[in-house]
Ligand binder design. Structure first.
Ligand SMILES: Cc1cc2nc3c(=O)[nH]c(=O)nc-3n(C[C@H](O)[C@H](O)[C@H](O)COP(=O)(O)O)c2cc1C
Length: 371
């Protein structure tokens, strides 16, 4: 599977719903990943789980699954492809820090057991004929940094690519990611590396790729309400040129477009509830917008959203958003010697290659755990 670009829309529970992915992919992400979906929910055909497997105009898309049992994970992956054969890849969650998930040994809890990570990867690989990636963290805590061991196990098990969120489980999503620990990491790896952590500006993306040598960046919180982060980063990585930030009117139009897509799928009441946590982000960086952003977190109807945004546009529509980077150094200084130029221009395209363990026809039952 060859991807056209180096900017990936990272998975985010409660944000990466289908219409959000469809909307964001229009800005030129080369791939997106669904919210994480429970292995047992998939295997048992749970009616609340199955809608998460729907895809649409969001290809290429990876469905992310989570669990801790290799056999069940293999069955879940196979089921995903049975239910939705258009899914382009499976991604295995090995980074979720949520208590409910780690308590059952899944998500970032797996970072404590590199061998189990390998067994899960092997089982999933043997069950599907699409590329399989994993998304990991640095480790469980600063006292348990295991990403190198986990990467090695995943590679041996045939992973086609690895996403790395440069924080530990203990850090959850806070603080500066530790790019210091992953200098030139890609040179140690045999499969594509997708890097994640505090990508808020195209410069952050370039810096993260320079430091790590990663093949791609994953944009997450930085792209919520800032879809142009994707197109601007993509443009900078392809051509070296950085397009201007969007105007306030442009942001308002995009916000309304996403709202219409969300409401069309979910109905006005639920659609507006979903948009409450997203809409205000479209106005981040607009001068004197504090009150407006507060109002956007309380909308109940599309008309309300439209009227708030048109008020802002009347006053500041032609201004350009300036503060998405907020001038804060999001990726800290790194003591390692970064590459002089980012991977990207002039390099071969990002591709998930069939590795030796990749078996195109194996859609049968998964191997025994440990296989
Ligand atoms: C609200 C929220 C939900 C997330 N959900 C997932 C998820 O379902 N699966 C996953 O692998 N990562 C998930 N992540 C992690 C992101 O994909 C990303 O790795 C992380 O936020 C670091 O990137 P950032 O600092 O640029 O936001 C989530 C992050 C946030 C903030």
């Amino acid at each position: 599977m060859q991807l056209d670009g180096r900017v990936i829309l990272a998975p985010m529970s409660r944000y990466s719903y289908l219409q959000y992915r469809e909307f964001m992919m229009r800005f030129g992400a080369c791939m997106c990943v669904t919210e994480m979906v429970s292995d047992s929910g998939i295997v048992h055909g749970d009616r609340r789980t199955m809608p998460y497997l729907e895809t649409g105009d969001d290809h290429p898309v990876a469905v992310q699954i989570f669990g801790d049992d290799p056999e069940l994970m293999g069955r879940a992956a196979a089921r995903v492809l049975e239910v939705n054969p258009s899914v382009d890849a499976i991604d295995v969650n090995m980074g979720c820090p949520v208590e409910k998930v780690v308590r059952r040994g899944a998500g970032s809890s797996l970072m404590k057991d590199p061998a189990l990570c390998g067994r899960i990867m092997a089982a999933v690989k043997a069950s599907v004929d699409v590329p399989v990636t994993a998304k990991i963290r640095l480790g469980w805590s600063s006292g348990s940094i295991t990403f190198r061991e986990v990467i090695s196990e995943l590679e041996s098990a045939g992973a086609d690519g690895i996403g790395l969120h440069v924080r530990t489980r203990a850090e959850k999503y806070a603080g500066m990611p530790h790019y210091d620990l992953v200098g030139n990491l890609r040179d140690e790896m045999s499969v594509p590396l997708m890097i994640s952590g505090n990508i808020y500006t195209p410069e952050d993306a370039r810096r993260a790729m320079e430091i790590t040598g990663a093949d791609a960046v994953m944009v997450a919180r930085g792209a919520v309400g800032n879809p142009a982060l994707i197109s601007r980063t993509d443009s900078m990585l392809r051509t070296g040129e950085l397009p201007e930030e969007p105007t306030v009117s442009q942001q308002a139009d995009w916000c309304l477009e996403l709202a219409r897509m969300t409401i069309a799928a979910e109905g006005e009441e639920r659609g507006c509830k979903i948009m409450r946590s997203i809409a205000a982000n479209f106005m981040t960086g607009v001068k004197y917008s504090h009150q407006v952003r507060l109002e956007l977190t309380r909308i109940s109807t599309y008309a309300e959203l439209e009227s708030i945004l048109s008020r802002v546009c009347e006053a500041r529509g032609d201004e350009r958003i300036t503060a998405h980077g907020r001038g804060i150094l999001r990726i800290g200084p790194c003591r390692c010697t970064p590459r002089s130029s980012p991977r990207g221009r002039g390099r071969s395209p990002l591709a998930f290659r069939a590795s030796p363990a990749w078996r195109p026809t194996a859609r049968g039952p998964p191997p025994p755990a440990g296989g």
